[in-house]
Design a protein around this ligand. Structure first.
Ligand SMILES: *Cc1c(COP(=O)(O)O)cnc(C)c1O
Length: 471
């Protein structure tokens, strides 16, 4: 692309080009992705496309301009309040995704604390496994994060919350479940501390909100508003709710608290500007899809899919653990989990799978590969099975590529010690550019990242990388 197009082009040509652009994307429709898209089937996608296109251009910016969108949002919240046992006095809001829901919950808690308790130096207490959206929120809104370690089962430790809470704490946070290992934090125990210390408690059910309520086992620990002390909750309809991208909910037990997330400006010549959340203009299509999908499935539909996903996750886990040196990390509570190894470089396995067309995201602390199971994966187990066998054999064999990777990592480590900081930074940039442009292999890069953590240059390197990716 040279610049702004002089002449228009035909839609046929453009759609054709759009289809071609997809060629190198994640093939989620055939279950090759274990994150990003939570795919049920082509049939469901087509049904939801119908819903989206019905509200293709509508804008939810002004609630009185499109009463349809107001009504749908309110009905989505009613459905979710019921699902999460929030009670009549609760209230909520639809947002564009988990991050916006979390930003709003944090902003509301901060304003609440400023208003009610006059807090000047706000702090938020969370575990290291909580989603970075909380770090982002705190960064945006000038809040100090207190980040707690997790226990040997990768779960939040209630006693640490008790110690970390002080007069500046605006909110504490736990996950149901946390994304990296798919384990649910001890919500009831943490809630008791929240009640005791009188601080708001947010449960991040972004990834679990539309799975946990449908798990059949009655012994499953409660995570929602049935637990006294939980004051707000986020859940993404665009993850395991199976909506297209752009929908999540944030729910507050106390209607008053929701007000703290609103923004109003009355001095604008364009009129009185009131906005409930971060977005101004808000796409109607995403709201229509959320409204549609919850009713397309209903409880029985979600129960069916959750049961399939739980069985499939167990099948994948059992299969993966038959390989020597591979273990499922922690005891995952739902259908997302990660695998690691003590005997070989798990990132090598990720690279090998990538080359066979499967995307398993790399995680750190401990090094692991992530698998979020969607309904589509029930249909691709056989294909996964044989490709994984092959990838495992390659990853555990010593070969030239592996040796090269390891040399690169070691070279990078060595260089870091001897080179001036500035020169090394330049080299890092080069390494990132290269590994991006020339190959799918990232084991070397991740090895290097592991070594650079805490050195300060890593953050800068990643910001540079992001800057390049988003041209
Ligand atoms: C995905 C996720 C989020 C963030 O949601 P986005 O929709 O990506 O903005 C927050 N918390 C958890 C646990 C998640 O899995």
């Amino acid at each position: 692309m040279k610049g702004f197009p002089e002449q228009g082009r035909s839609i046929e040509e453009l759609v054709n080009e759009l289809e071609q652009l997809k060629a190198n994307d994640l093939n989620y429709k055939e279950g090759r992705a274990f994150s990003y898209v939570y795919h049920v089937s082509e049939q469901v996608s087509q049904a939801l496309q119908l819903a989206y296109s019905t509200f293709f251009s509508e804008n939810a910016l002004n609630p009185s301009a499109f009463p349809s969108l107001s009504q749908m949002q309110s009905e989505v919240i009613t459905m979710c309040k019921d699902l999460f046992h929030a009670g009549d006095s609760a209230s909520g809001l639809m947002t564009s995704g988990g991050t916006e829901s979390i930003l709003m919950a944090v902003k509301a808690a901060k304003e609440w604390a400023v208003k009610k308790r006059g807090i000047a130096h706000p702090e938020l207490v969370m575990s290291v496994s909580a989603h970075p959206a909380f770090n982002k929120a705190c960064d945006y809104f000038g809040i100090k994060t207190i980040i707690l370690p997790i226990d040997e089962n990768y779960k939040a430790v209630p006693d640490l919350y008790r110690e970390a809470i002080n007069q500046n704490t605006i909110m504490i946070v736990a996950s149901a479940p946390s994304y990296p290992q798919g384990v649910v934090d001890p919500i009831p125990e943490i809630a008791e501390i929240a009640l005791d210390k009188e601080v708001p408690f947010h449960v991040d059910a972004c990834v679990g909100g539309f799975v946990l309520p449908f798990i059949k086992e009655s012994s499953f620990p409660k995570f929602d508003f049935r637990v006294k002390g939980v004051t707000s909750l986020s859940a993404d309809i665009h993850k395991y709710g199976f909506a297209s991208k752009g929908s999540s909910v944030v729910i507050y037990r106390d209607r008053e608290m929701r007000k703290s997330q609103f923004y109003v400006y009355t001095g604008w010549p364009g009129g009185i500007y009131a906005s409930p959340s971060i977005l101004g203009t808000k796409p109607g299509g995403a709201i229509a899809v959320a409204w549609t999908v919850l009713q397309l499935f209903g409880r029985s539909g979600y129960e069916k899919h959750v049961s399939i996903m739980m069985d499939t996750a167990r099948m994948f886990q059992n299969f993966l653990e038959t390989f020597e040196g591979i273990r499922v990390i922690g005891k995952p509570d739902m259908c997302l989990f990660s695998i690691g190894s003590n005997s070989f470089d798990i990132y090598e396995l990720g690279d090998e799978m990538h080359e066979l067309g499967w995307q398993m995201d790399r995680q750190q602390d401990p090094p692991a590969l992530h698998l979020s199971i969607s309904p589509v994966h029930a249909r691709v187990f056989e294909a996964f099975n044989s490709d994984f066998q092959q990838a495992y054999n390659r990853a555990t064999r010593n070969n030239v590529v592996k040796l090269k990777n390891r040399l690169q990592v070691n070279a990078a480590r060595g260089l870091k010690k001897v080179l001036p900081k500035k020169t090394f930074k330049k080299l890092q940039k080069l390494a990132v550019d290269k590994s991006d442009a020339n190959s799918n292999r990232s084991a070397a890069l991740y090895g290097m990242i592991g070594d650079l953590k805490g050195s300060g240059t890593l953050d800068e390197m990643i910001v540079d990388f992001l800057d390049k990716m988003i041209k």
